[in-house]
Design a protein around this ligand. Sequence first.
Ligand code: SF4
Ligand code: SF4
Length: 129
Amino acid sequence: MNEHTLIRLPGLGCEHYRQSRCFYAEHLNPGYEERHRCPIVVRWADRLEDFYLRAEAMGLEEERLKPLWEARSRDMLPEMRRCRWFVSGSHLLGCANLHELLCLQALPVCQGRCSHYRLAKGEDQHDAT
Ligand code: SF4
Ligand code: SF4
């Protein structure tokens, strides 16, 4: 590092900052970047949709669908555990990297305060210290 190197302030407190990752692109165009999504959850969401469409066509009643889908869903966790980025967490689906349909590992790392930095609501007092 030489005397002219600029060091950015950390992005902490930015409304786009989550667990060291930058959600700016997602906040701008939610769901647009396919590469930010967890492929396993996306696949399962598609399967769920297919499942309901077929069940509807077969005239199955809702109370019969729930246990059928739950039995099939048990296979999702082992599939997630095979992901190289999987981190065991308290999330309903088991992976700590899952944020709705997004994978934290697939989102860009915050490189420090940039031109998109916006102070998150409720962070002003904290920031002033
Ligand atoms: S780390 Fe978790 S959320 Fe990310 S792709 Fe793997 S299973 Fe999905
Ligand atoms: S400071 Fe910039 S890079 Fe960091 S989270 Fe905010 S918008 Fe993203």
